[in-house]
Design a protein around this ligand. Structure first.
Ligand SMILES: *Cc1c(COP(=O)(O)O)cnc(C)c1O
Length: 343
C-alpha cells in the first residue's frame, strides 16, 4: 500500500487508462505477448504522461496560492501542451519558454502540432535558442514575475521532479491492480524515457509495492549511463517520499540503441515503429518519444531479449499530436509500404 493522500492533488486524468492486449502486433513480431498501457488516453488535451504528473504539480501550485504556471520545453513539447490545458482547468495563467532544440524537422514543426494547441489553450510563449539551461532560464523568469507581483509556480521540463513523479507512483499501483484483476502476470514494462520523471516514478512505485517487474527505459536523447544516473537521481528521493528507502540503481534499466541522431529527430526505426503500430493495432505513436520507445521494444523482441511465453507491456506515454509537427519527415515513409489493393 502506498498512501498518496498527504500530497495535494488536482484531478485531471481519466482513469483507469486501459491496459489492452496487442494481438496483431504480437502475431506480426512472433514474440512475447504484447500489452499496452494506454496513457495516451489520460484525457486532458488529447492525453499523455504529463497529465498524471500535473495532478500533483498543479495540486501543489493551488495549495501554494500560485496565480500562474511557468514551464519550459522543446517547441513540440507535449508537456507544455498538457500544462497549458491543466492551467485552464485550474483557472491559472500559463507561460512557457520554448527551446529551439530541433532545427531539422520541416515546416510544420514551428507552428503546428503541440505549439498550435499551446496557443489554443491561451498559453503565452517565449522562445530561446537551443542549448541553454532551460530550467535556469525559467527560474530567472519567475524571479522577474515575482518582482512584478505575480505568483508563479515553476514546473521543471517534463514535470520531472519528486512531486511530478508521484503521478507515476500511482500509475505503478494502477498497472499492478489491473494486471491482478485480469489474472495476467506482467513480466516486463517497456517505455520511452526522457526527462526521467515517468520511469523514476514507475520504478519507485513498483519498488515501494515490492513488485518485481523490471522496467526497460528506451532513451530518447542521452547515452545509457547518463540516463540511468539521471533516472536514479530522481527515483531515489521519490521512493523516500513514499516511505521506501534505498532504491538500488540496479533497478534502473536503460537501452540507448534507438536514439538515432538525437532528441527530436526520428530514426528510421522510429518511423517503422509508428507505421507498424498504426497498421497492426490502429494506435498512434509519436516521432519524438513513444515511436522510439516502441522501436526499442520491437528491437528487443527481434534480438530475442524476451521469452516467447512472457507478457510484455508497453507504456504508451502519448504524443501523437506531434505527428502534425513532423509531417514533412513522416510523409515520405508512407508511400513506401502503403497498404495497396493487389491488382
Ligand atoms: C515527456 C514524454 C515522455 C518522457 O517522459 P519523461 O518523464 O520526460 O521521461 C515520453 N513520451 C511522451 C509522449 C512524452 O511527452
Amino acid at each position: 500500500m502506498i498512501d498518496l493522500a498527504n500530497f495535494s492533488r488536482m484531478a485531471l486524468c481519466h482513469r483507469n487508462t486501459p491496459l489492452e492486449a496487442m494481438p496483431r502486433l504480437t502475431e506480426h513480431l512472433g514474440g512475447p505477448n504484447l500489452f499496452i498501457k494506454r496513457d495516451d488516453c489520460t484525457g486532458l488535451a488529447s492525453g499523455g504522461n504529463k497529465t498524471r504528473k500535473l495532478e500533483f504539480l498543479v495540486g501543489e501550485a493551488l495549495a501554494e496560492n500560485a496565480d500562474m504556471l511557468v514551464t519550459q520545453g522543446a517547441v513540440q513539447s507535449n508537456h507544455v501542451r498538457q500544462t497549458a490545458a491543466a492551467a485552464c482547468r485550474a483557472g491559472l495563467d500559463c507561460h512557457a519558454l520554448l527551446e529551439h532544440r530541433v532545427t531539422t524537422a520541416g515546416t510544420g514543426y514551428a507552428t503546428s502540432g503541440n505549439v498550435f494547441l499551446d496557443r489554443v489553450f491561451g498559453a503565452t510563449l517565449e522562445y530561446r535558442d537551443g542549448g541553454l539551461d532551460m530550467n535556469a532560464e525559467a527560474e530567472k523568469l519567475c524571479e522577474k514575475l515575482r518582482s512584478q507581483g505575480r505568483r508563479p509556480y515553476f514546473i521543471p521540463g517534463g514535470g520531472s521532479n519528486v512531486t511530478g513523479a508521484l503521478g507515476y507512483v500511482d500509475c505503478a499501483r494502477e498497472i499492478c491492480e489491473q494486471a491482478d484483476d485480469a489474472g495476467t502476470q506482467i513480466d516486463w514494462i517497456v517505455m520511452a524515457t526522457g526527462s526521467t520523471g515517468t520511469q523514476a516514478g514507475l520504478v519507485a512505485g513498483l519498488f515501494a509495492l515490492q513488485r518485481d517487474i523490471p522496467v526497460m527505459g528506451i532513451s530518447v536523447r542521452q547515452p545509457k549511463d547518463a540516463q540511468i544516473k539521471a533516472v536514479h537521481k530522481l527515483a531515489q528521493p521519490t521512493a523516500e517520499a513514499i516511505g521506501a528507502s534505498d532504491l538500488p540503481s540496479s533497478k534502473i534499466l536503460v537501452d540507448d540503441g534507438y536514439v538515432g541522431e538525437g532528441y527530436g529527430i526520428p530514426a528510421q526505426s522510429t518511423l517503422e515503429a509508428i507505421n507498424l503500430t498504426a497498421r497492426c493495432e490502429g494506435i498512434l505513436l509519436d516521432p519524438v518519444y513513444s515511436g522510439k520507445g516502441m522501436a526499442g521494444m520491437i528491437g528487443l523482441i527481434r534480438n530475442n531479449f524476451f521469452e516467447t511465453r512472457q507478457n510484455v507491456a508497453f507504456l504508451h506515454t502519448g504524443g501523437s499530436v506531434a505527428l502534425f509537427g513532423y509531417e514533412d519527415m513522416i510523409e515520405p515513409m508512407l508511400g513506401a509500404d502503403e497498404k495497396r489493393l493487389s491488382a
